[in-house]
Write a protein that binds this ligand. Structure first.
Ligand code: HEC
Length: 269
């Protein structure tokens, strides 16, 4: 009986090793797990050879799926353009997280490897001789290195897309009606401004925080801010780009959003 039990346990374990699953999480949504056998039904596998950065440049071949195909399958094609989801997080089986900007991942050349073609059972990589199975994100371009902010996570168990509103909750105009100018302004702010500007210390750090410690519209006149957003280059030599492509309406909506965010902090007014 014990032998039988062992046999069952052992083959059960083997099956999991041969058919590992990738778990996908979309924002706050429920996780969905796809075993390799299911990925294989929808995706085309490629053999990819490249000079391996974690094996001293040794020529190496893996079998894998294009990263774009995997992300299309998990999140739909809109993952490439949807400004609400600026980041993708790869979580390794040991919990290690690697965060990648969506704009980096849209580059071609990324593959999710699921087999080591040269050495079945996976050659271990890196200084610590880590086992990269079951899924390893690799890049074939010579400039697609970790130094250039391309992520190379191995032993991936989970891929999640991060929603901007979950990452920067302080930027959300809570209480503003759906479809209001404040909400529309927030949409433009997320797409055009948040990468450089923070609201209450959440967001980009290239430009000043526009709400902390004081809201910009509490110490600058609306017409000045309006003109500055349109053409900062007319006022200063600055790193802020001109925004000639925004409509008058969009700039008013941005101002409504900024004003709304300040009104929540009554002490400014
Ligand atoms: C590439 C980065 C970048 C982007 C994108 C950007 N800004 Fe700026 N912004 C800056 C920097 C840097 C400054 C401060 C330095 C300066 O004024 O030259 C600034 C300053 C400002 C100021 C302050 C002006 C003042 O009175 O001091 C406002 C308001 C502003 N930005 C609004 C916006 C809005 C709204 C957007 C989106 C439509 C935006 N910015 C997009 C970089 C950026």
């Amino acid at each position: 009986l014990l032998n039988l039990l062992w046999a069952v346990l052992f083959t059960g374990g083997l099956a999991a090793a041969e058919n590992p699953a990738l778990t996908f999480i979309d924002g706050q949504g429920a996780p969905s797990s796809k075993p390799l056998s299911e990925l294989a039904q929808s995706l085309t596998a490629h053999d990819v050879s490249f000079s391996h950065p974690f094996l001293s440049g040794k020529r190496k071949t893996y079998r894998g799926y294009k990263l774009h195909d995997v992300l299309d399958l998990a999140f739909g094609k809109s993952w490439r353009t949807d400004v609400d989801y600026p980041e993708v997080v790869f979580t390794a089986l040991d919990g290690y997280q690697s965060v990648a900007a969506r704009d980096t991942l849209t580059a071609t050349g990324g593959y999710i490897a699921f087999a080591d073609v040269d050495q079945p059972g996976w050659e271990h990589v890196g200084r610590k001789k880590a086992n990269p199975s079951p899924f390893f994100l690799i890049w074939t371009g010579t400039k697609q290195t970790t130094a250039e902010a391309f992520p190379w996570p191995w032993a991936i168990g989970k891929i999640s897309r991060v929603r901007l509103e979950d990452k920067f909750p302080a930027t959300v105009p809570r209480g503003a009606k759906k479809g209001s100018t404040v909400r529309k302004g927030y949409a433009t702010f997320k797409a055009q401004c948040l990468r450089c500007h923070a609201i209450d210390q959440e967001g980009g750090k290239i430009g000043p925080d526009l709400n902390a410690p004081r809201n910009i519209l509490s110490y600058r006149k609306r017409h000045m801010v309006r003109a500055f957003i349109r053409h900062p280059s007319k006022y200063r030599y600055t790193n802020m780009p001109d925004h000639e492509h925004l409509s008058k309406q969009q700039i008013e909506e941005l101002l409504d959003y900024l004003k709304f965010m300040g009104k929540k902090k009554k002490k400014d007014w």
